[in-house]
Each structure stands twice: as C-alpha cells, then as structure tokens.
Ligand binder design. Structure first.
Ligand code: DOR
Ligand code: ZN
Length: 345
C-alpha cells in the first residue's frame, strides 16, 4: 500500500501548555487533528470551569486562521473540586472530562489527589451525569519501583474506584504495561485506554542503554520490550477500547537536558507519520483509522470527523526537524532517530 485515506484523526491526550509554547506547538496538532483532549496541568492548573473557559479562549486565539480545530477541555481534579462546577461545565458542553493526577505523579501534579476518599463526591456526580474520568495511572509512593507504578495503581486505586462506582467511565491514559492492557481487555464496561506514539516505538533500553537519552524520558516511563509489544498488539488490534492519546508534552531542551530532566516527549509534529510506519510494520495499516479516528469518538460519545486526510508512502524518509525553535526556547522532537516514509497530506 502506498497511499491511505482516513477520516481526520483526533488526539485524546495532549499538552498544549500556554503563552509562547502554546503558540509554537498548537499548529503542529491543528494541521492534522480535528480535536484534542487538552490536559489541564498548567501552572496554576485548570481547576474550575471558568479557568477552562479562559484557557479555551487562549487556545483558539493561538490557532492559525486557516486551521479548524476544537479543543476539548478538561478539569484538573483536586480534593477541593466542586461537583456543581463540574456538572455545570459538563452541561454547558465546555468540559469533556476530568483529569485525575495522583499528587506528585508527574509534571505539575502537586495539586493532585492525595486521599481518594475526598474526591468521591465529584466522581459520584460524574458517574451520574456520564462525564468520563481520565486517570494518570501511577502510584506515587517512593516505596514502589517506578517500573511497577502502573500495575500498583491498578490494584490500589483504579480497581477500588471501579468497584465503588462501576457506572463511572474511566479512560486509563497512556497505558505502558501489559498489566494495563490486560486490565482493560478483561473489563466488561466503562473502561478504555489511550496509547501514545512513543510507547509503541521505544522500550526502556532506548532511554538508558549506552547513555541516558533525556528526550526519550516521559511518565509513565517506557517499560521493557514485552510491554511495548503488548501495547503494539492492542493498538493495532482494532479493539475499540484502545485509541491514540499522543501525550505530546513539550519542554524546552535545557529543562530536559539537565541533572534532573523533565518528563515528556514532543510528538505532535510527526505522530501520524510514525504511526503509519508502526502499523505498516505490524501489517495493520487497515486498522490505523480505527486507532486514530474512530475508537476515540466512539468512547467519548462524539461522531467521527467527516473530513479525510491522506497518508502517502514516499521513496525517501520524510524530513522533519530534529528540533523546533519557539519563543520559549528549542524543543527536541521525538524521535530524533526515527525515520518514517509516510507523508501526511
Ligand atoms: O511525560 C509526561 N509529561 N507525562 C505526564 O504525565 C505529564 C507530561 C507533562 O506535562 O510534561
Ligand atoms: Zn500527559
């Protein structure tokens, strides 16, 4: 196959940041993607519907005039989140999901949830009105090995929440382990998972073997090869419970290339090209559309996009920059080593 036309895709997990960084990175998403679930971990975080409304306005103001793009806003769950504010935001159509960060799990998660009992009134309201919860599925206890944090989260947090509130729709974000994949596959309802582009491509050796490569570091951190293969099998299976959430998370290079580097891979610039390569390798190009354009809207109760985009396979690898320049500083693209022949029209 040398050409593939699919419905315009959506990104179900995206960090756009704010200010200069927002202006620089948004066009890379909006030129290919019609919609994206926007992560609320700004400083300070997007905690109220009015914060989300103001952030949505800033995103739309940063959008190139000839791009059509809908930011799907989320709220950052804190122990003080008001169930009424969440419900009003959802009923007005502004809020599409609420994001749960266990406190300390990742970038700007200090205001996240410490005691999950305190979040129950909001979760109960969300279950009642059918608003999905997006979870960063890692425990934060220093006693749990970083490579085990996803499996530990499923047992200690996710499964108990699902037992208490089986009607709550939960998106397990950026699944990185076979434990996560199996947990979703074995569920009967109200659970789905996003998978990133980079977790389909690298395992933990890419970060650590032969020298530390900070641009491969993200959270949840990439795991061993058997887990990557489980993610590939799920993403390319066509199973409607798995869909793309790039987790594209730009940080300027000095913050990544540092003694304590930030977590996050910037992938929005070449995600579709990389994914076409991955799906072709697994003989699953016919299921790429399900993963990037169909399964996500189905889960979020939206229609798939009507417009189409065409991917074309070129003789030579498609060129994209190793890094982009922004007013905030340079941002290295994931994967600086990866060459795909798929061009996105
Ligand atoms: O690698 C990550 N970067 N994982 C996250 O959960 C947050 C994100 C960010 O905001 O930088
Ligand atoms: Zn994220």
């Amino acid at each position: 196959m040398t050409s593939l036309t699919i419905r315009r895709p959506d990104d179900w997990h995206l960090h756009l940041r704010d200010g200069d960084m927002l202006k620089a990175v948004l066009p890379y998403t909006s030129r290919h993607f019609a919609r994206a679930i926007i992560m609320p971990n700004l400083v300070p975080p997007v905690v109220t519907s009015s914060d989300a409304s103001a952030y949505r306005d800033r995103i739309l103001a940063a959008l190139p005039q000839d791009h059509v793009f809908e930011p799907l806003m989320t709220l950052y769950l804190t122990e003080g989140t008001s169930p009424d504010d969440v419900e009003e935001g959802a009923r007005s159509g502004l809020i599409k999901a609420v994001k749960l960060y266990p406190a300390g799990a990742t970038t700007n998660s200090a205001s996240g949830v410490r005691n999950f009992d305190n979040a129950m009134p909001v979760l109960e309201r969300m279950a009642k009105i059918g608003l999905p919860l997006c979870v960063h599925g890692e425990v934060t206890s220093p006693h749990v090995d970083i490579f085990d944090r996803e499996a530990a989260f499923i047992e200690a947090v996710l499964d108990p929440i699902r037992r208490r509130l089986p009607e709550l729709k939960i998106t397990m974000e950026h699944v990185t382990t076979s434990d996560g994949i199996d947990y979703i596959k074995n569920s009967t309802a109200n659970l789905a998972g996003t998978i990133t582009t980079h977790h389909l491509i690298i395992n933990r050796n890419a970060i650590l073997a032969g020298g530390i490569r900070p641009h491969y570091y993200c959270l949840p951190v990439a795991k061993r090869e058997s887990h990557r293969l489980a993610l590939r099998a799920a993403a390319t299976s066509g199973d409607t419970r798995f869909f793309l959430g790039t987790d594209s998370a730009p940080h300027v290079d000095p913050l990544k290339e540092s003694a304590c580097g930030c977590a996050g891979c910037f992938t929005s610039i070449n995600t579709l090209s990389c994914l076409a390569h991955v799906f072709e390798e697994d003989d699953a190009l016919d299921r790429l559309e399900a993963f990037v354009s169909l399964n996500g809207p189905l889960w979020y109760g939206m229609l798939p996009n009507e417009e189409r985009i065409t991917l074309t396979k070129k003789k030579e690898p498609v060129g994209y920059p190793d890094r982009i320049e922004t007013q905030a500083g340079p941002v290295t693209v994931f994967d600086p080593m990866f060459r795909s022949h798929w061009d996105v029209g």
